[in-house]
Design a protein around this ligand. Structure first.
Ligand code: TYD
Ligand code: MG
Length: 452
């Protein structure tokens, strides 16, 4: 029997190679190359376009009609999607196992069918009974959802073409399997081929497709990175497993901003929206403890307040230990270097542990000033007044730089009953002072001489 052509794919990032390799040059993982057959493609596609003879359309003649958005009926979800589901788009929802992807999508489907939308939920992981049990936990909804437990792509394609739903959910792309691809479900070729099929369905029939994708231990969607390039929107559902709340974040969105987050709380009857995340994140904050500071920063169009904690203590080893949970480790090292050099504090013999309380992951520069304050507060063991909010970017020479949308942050602080706000001097000038004491600082020396 003639051997078909094969190539090797990295199962972690989708890197393609003619030869087997021990280490992937793309993602530096070891032993991830697996041999998979080459799939002949392109011939039928080319014939089709030649026969159809498409004419270019003038941009001004394109109507926006078919770009209308459907609300998911979940405000936080809509916000992350950029104002609702764009029909005919393809959305990838990634996240750790058990984080609540299936729950979120099932809840959305139930809300949509109760608003008379035609929705098809395809599960390749769970049986109808299992989904029924979950749906019962979520509460009573009117309307009926169409369900299908199937992993075979041809069968699924046939059903979608026959039923023509508005919205299709594919619960996990890693279980889908195209019969003419000989590799196992979840492999790079299978995932890529299946996504291609769904993309064609989405674009030709105008069906919106939501795809669930599993996440590898590094936190990227398992299978090829190409998956992320193919879809219109990539959302990540994340959170600490022991904490009740979950954050839906968009990392790619062709129809909206990518820095919006949606906050949910997992409870006995499914996910509940958290419309005021600041209040939620600040619950249970210690009072009068050193090293605890409240920061405010923008997540998309919404200000969010978080507690930044620092613990600085004497090191017992030659090398001080530093950890950062919830923010960039290198940024913490950089800020500590700035403190040493510009304020003359010697931190070389001190361990430092930084934590963003509540398991949020943030990397906005507006957090810098709060981190610096928390470190100094813990080092000197002097608590910061708990009714104070701090935000601002810190530069390498110890200057405090302005941040965008400071007005919203100050308003949020006022709303939550804070009395003092330490912010960059440039921002302080243009903000109405009513109801809150604004203290502008231009550099770290000023910060320390005034507060710590
Ligand atoms: P699931 O939605 O199946 O996650 P994924 O599809 O991302 O793997 O996970 C649901 C988890 O949430 C599971 O551990 C049980 C829990 N859960 C609740 O706490 N309350 C609920 O109402 C439901 C439906 C699930
Ligand atoms: Mg699931």
């Amino acid at each position: 029997m003639a051997k078909g052509k094969t190539v090797f794919y990295c199962q972690s990032c989708g890197y393609e190679s003619a030869k087997w390799m021990g280490q992937c040059p793309g993602c530096r993982e070891w032993n991830t190359f697996v041999e998979e057959p080459v799939i002949a493609s392109g011939s039928s596609h080319r014939k089709l376009t030649a026969a159809r003879r498409e004419e270019p359309t003038l941009l001004s003649k394109v109507s926006r009609e078919n770009n209308c958005r459907i609300s998911t009926e979940i405000q936080e979800f809509d916000r992350v999607l950029g104002g609702g589901i764009v029909s005919g788009s393809m959305v990838l929802v990634g996240g750790d196992p058990g984080i609540g992807k299936s729950t979120l999508l099932l809840q959305m489907c139930l809300l949509l069918v109760s608003k008379n939308h035609k929705v098809l939920y395809i599960s390749g992981e769970e049986s109808l009974q299992q989904i029924k049990i979950r749906a019962d936990r979520l509460g009573d909804y009117s309307g009926d959802l169409m369900m299908l437990c199937e992993t075979d792509l041809e069968a699924i394609q046939e059903v979608i073409e026959r039923i023509k739903p508005e919205l299709v959910i594919i619960d996990s792309i890693q279980t889908m399997c195209k019969s003419d691809v000989s590799s196992a479900p979840g492999s790079v070729s299978q995932v890529r081929e299946s996504t291609g099929v769904f993309m064609k369905i989405a674009k030709t029939l105008g069906v919106t497709v939501f795809i669930v994708g599993h996440v590898t231990k590094e936190g990227v969607v398992a299978g090829p990175r190409v998956l992320e390039h193919m879809v219109d929107t990539v959302l990540y559902f994340e959170g600490e497993r022991h904490a009740a709340y979950r954050i839906l974040r968009s990392v790619k969105n062709r129809f909206g901003s990518t820095n919006e987050i949606g906050v949910f709380e997992m409870g006995q009857s499914g996910l509940k929206e958290v419309l005021n995340p600041s209040q939620y994140l600040l619950d249970g904050r210690p009072e009068g403890a050193s090293g605890s500071v409240v920061a405010c920063l923008m997540e998309g169009t919404r200000p969010v307040m978080v507690e930044v904690q620092a613990l600085v203590c004497r090191t017992n080893f030659n090398m001080p230990r530093r950890t950062a949970a919830g923010m960039d480790y290198n940024r913490v090292n950089l800020l500590m270097a700035v403190i040493e050099k510009r304020l003359g504090l010697s931190l070389a013999n001190w361990d430092a542990y930084i934590n963003i309380a509540g398991g949020m992951k943030l990397n906005a520069p507006a957090l810098d000033l709060a981190v610096v304050t928390a470190i100094i507060s813990s080092y000197k063991d002097l608590p910061i007044d708990e009714k104070t909010v701090i935000f601002g970017e810190v530069g390498l020479s110890g200057e405090v730089r302005g941040v965008s949308m400071a007005v919203q942050c100050v308003q949020e602080a006022k709303k939550l009953g804070f009395e003092k706000c330490i912010l960059p001097k440039v921002n302080a000038a243009g903000i109405d002072k009513g109801g809150i004491e604004l203290i502008g600082v231009a550099n770290l020396r000023e910060l320390v001489s005034k507060f710590i």
